[in-house]
Ligand binder design. Structure first.
Ligand SMILES: C[S@@+](CC[C@H](N)C(=O)[O-])C[C@H]1O[C@@H](n2cnc3c(N)ncnc32)[C@H](O)[C@@H]1O
Length: 321
């Protein structure tokens, strides 16, 4: 491919490259040519004070997916997932049963493609009341990590406590509703991403409850590294712990399969006019809305993301009448 180029002695190659990168003029898609002690560097524009040539360069083949590192048939490669979750430096991928036998190769290919990741784990589904993900490590080692999101750092081990990076924009949406001075209860906080984000950005008091003691342990570490002092972690069942708490201006209920069972509890703990952010997985939005009608005004609602071919994860912002 023909490109503008500059000519330098090899001994000045590194410093010239640094200069061109800094100025954003290096043409990164083309290979540098060398001839004896001379290098020809492809550039995007002319540079004042330097002679610019025009010459032919080979293009650099860019690897666009982990799938290009696999030694499997095209039919199999075409069916492998193009997307996966990333939590800190851990990749979490789902594979169809037919492809489980290639797990280790796929794991290694992902680590080769994502050089800054340390572990690849196979997602075998979320289970039980504590919503813990069954993960099998298929490449690399270790599931403790720090996930960065919306300017905060979250300690998490996704094999010991629930965490979904797909809720990042939803957490931001909720933060934008919160005002200084509020008392907030995060009823099913997990490792506390809602609480940490709000605590870091608002002058509020947040009581963050979770039945999973390990999740609360991670939350305590996040409170420390994010240097906040307005989030109060509580390990235990919300049904037993909530009585000790003051009435709230805002309650977050992120337990999408069972949250409706706790709505009366949240209502009892809300101030009049208080806001409840409740998350529900359902295929029938109207049936859920019907249950809010008498006691709440519906301030906002929508889909966070799809969950299964028929079901979606919905958010409802409710105001206590
Ligand atoms: C979907 S996860 C919460 C995720 C979290 N809000 C986030 O943004 O990552 C639901 C959490 O509820 C907790 N949980 C389930 N039943 C509970 C209960 N009765 N009391 C307190 N926590 C409970 C689980 O341990 C789990 O961590």
């Amino acid at each position: 491919m023909i490109s503008k180029a500059i000519k330098v002695e090899l001994r000045y190659l590194n410093e010239t490259l640094n200069f061109l990168k800094e100025k954003g003029i290096l043409n990164r898609n083309l290979k540098i040519r060398k001839d004896g002690n001379i290098a020809y560097i492809p550039v995007l524009n002319e540079i004042e004070g330097m002679e610019t040539l025009e010459m032919d360069f080979e293009t650099i083949e860019k690897i666009k997916s982990y799938r290009e590192f696999l030694n499997l048939s095209k039919e199999i490669i075409d069916e492998l997932p193009k997307s996966y979750d990333i939590i800190g430096d851990i990749i979490i991928i789902k594979l169809k049963n037919d492809f489980l036998k290639y797990s280790n190769e796929i794991g290694e290919a992902l680590l080769k493609f994502h050089k800054n990741m340390k572990t690849v784990a196979l997602d075998l589904g979320v289970q039980g009341e504590l919503r813990i993900r069954n993960l099998k490590v298929i490449a690399g080692d270790g599931l403790d990590t720090i996930h960065k999101e919306n300017g905060i750092r979250i300690f998490v081990n996704p094999g010991e406590s629930y965490f979904s990076p797909r809720l990042a924009s939803e957490r931001m949406r909720v933060l934008n509703k919160v005002k200084d001075g509020e008392t907030i209860i995060d009823m099913f906080c997990g490792v506390g991403p809602f609480s940490i984000l709000i605590g870091k950005n608002r002058n509020v008091k947040i009581y963050a409850i979770d039945k999973n003691e390990k999740a609360i342990g991670y939350l305590k570490k996040s409170i420390e590294i994010n240097k906040i002092n307005n989030v109060f972690p509580i390990a235990g069942d919300v049904k037993e712990k909530i009585d000790e708490l003051p009435l709230a201006d805002r309650i977050i209920m992120d337990l999408p399969f069972y949250s409706m069972n706790f709505l009366d509890l949240a209502l009892k703990k809300s101030k009049k006019g208080g806001i409840i952010h409740i998350y529900v997985i359902t295929e029938n939005e109207d049936e859920i809305l019907e249950q809010f009608k008498t006691k709440f005004n519906i301030m906002e609602k929508g889909i966070v993301h799809g969950y299964s071919p028929k079901e979606n994860l919905f958010y409802f912002d409710l105001q206590v009448k």
